[in-house]
Design a protein around this ligand. Structure first.
Ligand SMILES: O=C(O)C1=C[C@@H](OP(=O)(O)O)[C@@H](O)[C@H](O)C1
Ligand SMILES: C=C(OP(=O)(O)O)C(=O)O
Length: 421
């Protein structure tokens, strides 16, 4: 086993953190760039593995595209390879092959794509065998409550369809800011888009993208771990500056600014980013994570350590991400003396402290999930903690441990290897 041990800092924390840039914005910009025949100039692309995988697969002429564990890369490339008439086998990690894709494949088939499942119906791996543009329809109904990534994937290819596309989103809509991010980036590159959020209908005209320069913002999801660090810093004089973030962001995870105020963090925007300082904490907090699911783990762990009773709704989609994040949180929060209880089935959950005294340092399993590692790391502001398989952070934030080492001690834990291992 590979692990790192984190030890609390002494005194107040003062740090300036460069942050990784957003993999969500990067992966959209890369698809749009590919649809302009790579005529755009993209700046500050993310170093995240999910983005590096997207770059590699867009350049590759191999018959197989292995996206590893990158959800957006799988969903966006499936639509891109289909509409550009390529023959590709799409595959990924064993977990990726458990993450549903049927809703996107059904929609692409209606538009004219030839896609077959190679193993289980509705899941990767799949084989794309091209696209018949005239066979398609230009109006499609699609569920909005499983993953917004299917919707973003379809929207981005829509300008290249002969008649454009109208999407009617049915049921409740999750992760809506990610759909809005897609639309904003499409509009930036010259797409004609009309979104009617009353009727849940989005129309995209057939019109080629206009290539141009584009600079990716820092990653607000990655920023959330620094908000948790600030919230858990014991010294009231602690200050952290996060570079490259904007108050008016395309990223819905900028909601962390509002979520963290009751957890004790004030945000002040500057020309270069945002400064975090400490403020009084409230005893309880309720938040609906429907539109910012990637923040749920950060906030759950932070509230658990602070002893703030947290009521969470909108976390159903966590079960189909890199791991079942609800189950993973339930198991690991116990180790830091807290529990995540399902109060209303598949709807409302509460994080609260337990009476038991946990062992310190707790050893946290990460379940191949970058956000499990990064969400638990800020616990080290108050108590030592061991995080297993720390390399998982590479998916979205490869320099996370180097950045953490600016404020506290991050040591590799060397496990003795037994003969026969
Ligand atoms: O479109 C995107 O960039 C993303 C959308 C969200 O997924 P869902 O739409 O599946 O919730 C989010 O969890 C993921 O990290 C990135
Ligand atoms: C869910 C995530 O990513 P994806 O769905 O793109 O794998 C994430 O980064 O938390």
């Amino acid at each position: 086993m590979n692990a790192v041990k984190l030890t609390p800092p002494t005194g107040s924390v003062r740090a300036t953190i460069p942050l990784a840039s957003s993999k969500s914005e990067s992966n959209r910009a890369l698809i749009i760039d590919a649809l302009t025949d790579f005529q755009c100039t993209l700046q500050n692309l993310s170093t995240a593995r999910d983005t590096q995988t997207m770059i590699r697969l867009l350049k590759s002429s191999d018959a197989t595209a292995d996206v590893l564990d990158a959800g957006t890369t799988m969903r966006f490339l499936t639509a891109y390879f289909a509409v550009t008439g390529q023959s590709k086998k799409m595959t990924g990690t064993p977990r990726m092959c458990e993450r549903p894709i049927g809703i996107l494949v059904d929609a692409l088939r209606k538009l004219g794509a030839d896609i077959t499942y190679l193993n289980n119906e509705g899941y990767p791996p799949l084989q794309i065998n091209g696209f018949t543009k005239t066979a398609g329809t230009d109006r499609i109904s699609i569920r909005g409550d499983v993953s917004s990534q299917y919707i973003s994937a379809l929207l981005m290819i829509a300008p290249t369809l002969p008649n454009g596309l109208t999407l009617e989103l049915t049921g409740s809509i999750g992760s809506r800011p990610y759909i809005e991010m897609t639309l904003e980036q499409m509009i930036y590159f010259g797409a004609h888009v009309t979104a009617d959020w009353e009727a849940n209908t989005i129309t995209v005209s057939a019109k080629a993208y206009t290539p141009g320069p584009y600079t990716i913002e820092s990653d607000w999801s990655g920023a959330s771990y620094w908000y948790s660090v600030a919230a858990l810093a014991e010294d009231e004089a602690s200050k952290i500056e996060l570079l490259g973030l904007k108050e008016k962001s395309l990223q819905g995870d900028s909601a962390i600014v509002d979520i963290m105020r009751p957890l004790g963090v004030d945000s002040t925007f500057t020309d270069t980013g945002v400064k975090l300082t400490k403020r009084p904490t409230e005893p309880s907090l309720s938040w609906d994570f429907t539109h910012c699911p990637d923040l749920a783990q950060t906030v759950a762990v932070c509230a658990a350590i602070k002893g703030v009773t947290l009521t969470l709704t909108g976390i159903e989609s966590l079960k189909i991400k890199e791991t079942d994040r609800v189950a993973a949180l339930q198991a690991e929060l116990q180790k830091i003396g807290a529990e995540l209880v399902e109060v209303e089935p598949n709807h409302q959950y509460v994080v609260r402290r337990l009476e038991t005294v946990p062992t310190i340092p707790a050893t946290i399993e990460t379940y191949d999930d970058h956000r499990m590692a990064m969400a638990f790391a800020p616990v080290a502001m108050q108590q030592s903690i061991i995080i297993e398989e720390p390399g998982v952070v590479a998916k979205s934030y490869p320099s996370f441990w180097d950045d953490m080492a600016r404020i506290l001690s991050v040591e590799d834990v060397v496990e003795s290897t037994e003969i026969g291992d």
